[in-house]
Design a protein around this ligand. Structure first.
Ligand SMILES: C[S@@+](CC[C@H](N)C(=O)[O-])C[C@H]1O[C@@H](n2cnc3c(N)ncnc32)[C@H](O)[C@@H]1O
Length: 192
């Protein structure tokens, strides 16, 4: 079986073209995108958080799975790359783009918890992990990717990923599963 999604959100080709023009290479794997859409679809009226918008490929996949009542906040430090997402996805009333540091945003946020958190940058993953997990609603899902070793990783990053996996898997309030698939994922569901 070929596990590449057979159906892509209509916005993804345009986002990919824009990413190519701007040299942005960090968009999520299409298989991860397919999983994001399924996880979002499992949460009718759900509250979704993406940390690290990039040019918006993950955002497009999340939106494609969300129903009309669901809402997404996507936070990105680099306004230039997020501008692509804003231009191509910003007319969708379900998404709110935030430009700024994800760590500061996590520290300052005082709203409702989230049913799905896709932590796709440093804050919420390698920093501010406790805060990101605190913002997952009971029964909600925390998802991270880019966990399989890459040739260009510095040695220290391997150790950081190992520590991160241990921290999430060691928690009594989350049930976790590793997926050595796509870029390497960990999915954790809040059980308490
Ligand atoms: C892996 S990419 C995101 C890809 C996107 N989520 C997707 O699925 O296509 C990580 C993004 O995090 C952004 N970033 C880096 N440091 C950040 C920070 N401190 N706060 C928010 N975003 C940050 C980078 O500019 C980059 O666009």
């Amino acid at each position: 079986m070929d596990d590449t999604p057979s159906v892509f959100p209509a916005t993804v080709p345009g986002l990919r073209a824009a990413a190519g023009r701007s040299g942005f290479t960090m968009s999520c794997d299409a298989r991860t995108g397919g999983l994001l859409a399924v996880l979002a679809a499992a949460r009718p009226g759900g509250r979704v958080l993406e940390l690290g918008t990039g040019v918006g490929e993950g955002t497009a996949w999340l939106l494609s799975g969300m129903d009309d009542a669901a809402r997404l906040i996507s936070v990105e430090l680099d306004i230039a790359v997020q501008t692509v997402a804003r231009e191509q996805l910003g007319s969708d009333p379900r998404v709110t783009f935030v430009a700024g540091d994800g760590g500061e945003w996590l520290d300052d946020y005082d709203g409702e918890p989230f049913d799905l958190v896709f932590a796709d940058t440093w804050p919420g993953k390698f920093t501010h992990l406790e805060r990101a997990l605190e913002l997952v609603a009971p029964g909600g899902t925390y998802l991270i990717d880019d966990l399989l070793p890459q040739p260009d990783w510095p040695e220290s990053h391997k150790a950081s990923v190992k520590r991160l996996l241990g921290e999430v898997e060691g928690r009594g309030d989350f049930r976790s599963v590793r997926m050595a698939w796509a870029s390497g994922l960990l999915m954790a569901v809040k059980t308490l």
